[in-house]
Design a protein around this ligand. Sequence first.
Ligand code: NOJ
Ligand code: NOJ
Length: 435
Amino acid sequence: MPTIKVTDLILVLLFFYPSFGQAMRNSSPDFESWLQTEESIATEKMLANISPAGATKGAVIASPSLQDPPYFFHWVRDAALTMNTVIDLYEDAIAADQAALKDRLLDYLWFSRGNQTAPSLTGLGEPKFNVDGTAYKGEWCRPQNDGPATRAKTLIRFAQILLAQNEMNFVKHELYDGQTPSQSVIKTDLDYVAHHWREPSCDIWEESIGDHLYNRLVQWRALMDGATLARLLQDPTAATLYENQAQQIESEFSKFWDSNRKTYVASINLIGGVNYKASNLDSQVILGFLHSEALPFSDDRIQTSLQILASTFTSLYPVNANGLPAPGIGRYPEDLYDGGKNTAGNPWFLITAAFANTSYKAAAELYKSGKIDLANAMATKGDDYLRRVKMHTAADGSLSEQFDRNQGFEKSARDLTWSYAELIQAIKTRQKLKQ
Ligand code: NOJ
Ligand code: NOJ
């Protein structure tokens, strides 16, 4: 009988398990229980990045990372999207837990108001603040006009919650006042969006200056929700302005549709920024639809755009050849940003989670319209994306910004707040779908 040497055994194991980390992953608890555990880890870690030690209350740091990359700052975009997830937590929480979440939303409200009035280089389009609330004054891509739109959208949601709790006076005084527009946080942002949306802006990746579909989508959403709030609070002139501008923005969406390739493109009318984004294919268009709900998620145009991105990243990142049906998704194919030397971009957790969320939302629509087979397929696709997230999640459940395109280990900023916020959203959509 041939003897099997230990070294042979190890070689065989190595063959089946390309990395030790992966072997560990294969022995991890099943998907459902992972989702449960990961949701609570993500929640805890996301909340830890709101008003952390050393920051003014209400500051939402992008990550605790101080260098490579330095992310211990309050980005208007990351903060608004994160606090939008905090509102989801608030809505799902039992009464006893709601008070603490409401305090966090109030802190964010005051901090945001401080951002609006702090001296800065670009005013309301200022993208990034120090954690004491003063504006960051170093070289940066400015303005970033998605910021006031998503901040308004989140705060409008908060205002609606407060109104349902009969807090009319507070809302009028602190959030939206038609009489003293420049003193109220939501109206300040909405007026800015209504009057400045046509101006060139940096994109959400802080690299390209021009017109971006993501920005148009969230600007549209902010003005639509803003018009509803304005009417409710007896500010009809503003409501009409917001509605009119929203309509004009909406008519711009089609400019980003590439009918030959059957995909939305990210940007048009570029006037500056990096010059290597030849394909104009970019996951930010999917994020834009997710954050604005401007079209049904089962709409062919969203689905074909998502498909093209998915197949692009499947072949681009070697790690995607590995074992799972759904690929890890990056920002755009030409991306170089890796949080350090910037030699090659990687898949991102938050984007992969957003692709899951988009698939679940499409599934929900398809179930409603009785297209059960398609719906099931979409729901499975959502799970495939979350299994991809699971595969690359660190053993303690923490999520960085990116995972390595070759090996799959976590990369760039650790504990990225936005990664948690986007994953929690996807898991919550999945829970609603299963109900
Ligand atoms: C930092 C930005 O946040 C990131 O999006 C960008 O890719 C890099 N700078 C490189 O420009
Ligand atoms: C770089 C990303 O490109 C940008 O969208 C984000 O706001 C910052 N990192 C902070 O997370």
